[in-house]
Design a protein. Structure first.
Lengths: 146, 141
């Protein structure tokens, strides 16, 4: 139960951070990438703030604890290989992000206030994940923990 | 469509995203990556679905609560519905194969200095930028 409460709290802070930072606002996200047009550099501050905070926090967490408070172990990705799958997937993600202006972390917190556009995006994104997973032959295997 | 330069709000929001990642790691031992969290509740559902639902519920409800107490969240979508759906589909396929997105690779993975996440983030940032250039300045949409 405590695990769920802290997960919900973490989700709430994430959602609030995304919303006030501008990451849930496609107009702002697309302008960040539109250096040749209506450039808005704000998102450098989102990425910078999030990255520096997390980097310092993670160092302190891993230094202070052998395991998380409510679990037996830290669940960290073990795959270390930079392969074509990673790079191609990331390139495809970038193309989709550039078309829509939403990324997954930007879209989910907008579901409660963003109306039809974000619902259409998230619906299509889920279809995309299902499609990719089916093609990948993982349909009958348990979900991968990322 | 012009948007206002908001360094302080964006920095504050970024710090909150970082705090969220730290909390989820120290209490649950999990990476705060939206791709991984969402993928685990799409059938076949991961056995550890409960914390994922809790995180997602918090993420959706917090901005609604923020608006309810008088907060403002600038929001505009200068993209047509067909392109949003197309973009969503492409994002879904990409983040599945890329095993992460801006939150998982761009924040949590980069913060751990993961070479995979650094490679992924550099790649998607470049392709997003190129795509926006093509859509806005070549296709003229």
């Amino acid at each position: 139960m405590q695990k769920l409460i802290f997960s919900a709290l973490s989700g709430a802070i994430f959602g609030l951070g995304i919303a006030i930072s501008g990451m849930a606002n496609p107009a702002k996200v697309l302008n960040f990438f539109d250096v040749a047009g209506t450039w808005d550099p704000s998102l450098i501050f989102v990425m910078g703030g999030a990255l520096i905070t997390t980097a310092i926090g993670y160092v302190l967490v891993f230094r202070a604890r052998k395991q998380p408070v409510f679990d037996a172990a830290f669940h960290l990705p073990v795959n270390k290989t930079i392969d074509a799958r990673l790079l191609a997937g990331s390139a495809v993600f970038g193309i989709g992000w550039g078309i829509a202006g939403f990324c997954p972390g930007g879209a989910i917190p907008a579901l409660g206030f963003g109306g039809v556009p974000v619902i259409a995006f998230v619906g299509a994104m889920i279809v995309g994940i299902v499609l990719a997973r089916s093609l990948d032959g993982l349909r009958h295997k348990p979900a991968k923990a990322f | 469509m012009e948007t206002d330069f908001t360094p302080w709000m964006s920095l504050g929001g970024g710090v909150l995203i970082g705090l969220s990642a730290i909390l989820l790691m120290i209490f649950n031992g999990r990476i705060a990556g939206m791709t991984g969290i969402v993928t685990g509740i799409i059938p076949p559902i991961s056995t550890d679905w409960a914390w994922r639902i809790a995180f997602l519920a918090g993420a959706v409800l917090a901005p609604v609560a923020f608006l309810a107490v008088g907060g403002t969240i600038p929001y505009a979508v200068p993209v047509s519905l067909p392109l949003l759906a197309l973009g969503g589909l492409i994002v879904g396929v990409g983040v599945y194969y890329g095993a992460g997105c801006t939150s998982g690779h761009g924040v949590c993975g980069m913060a751990r200095l993961s070479p995979r996440s650094i490679a992924a983030t550099v790649t998607f940032m470049i392709f997003t930028g190129l795509t926006v250039y093509v859509v806005r300045h070549i296709a003229g949409i």
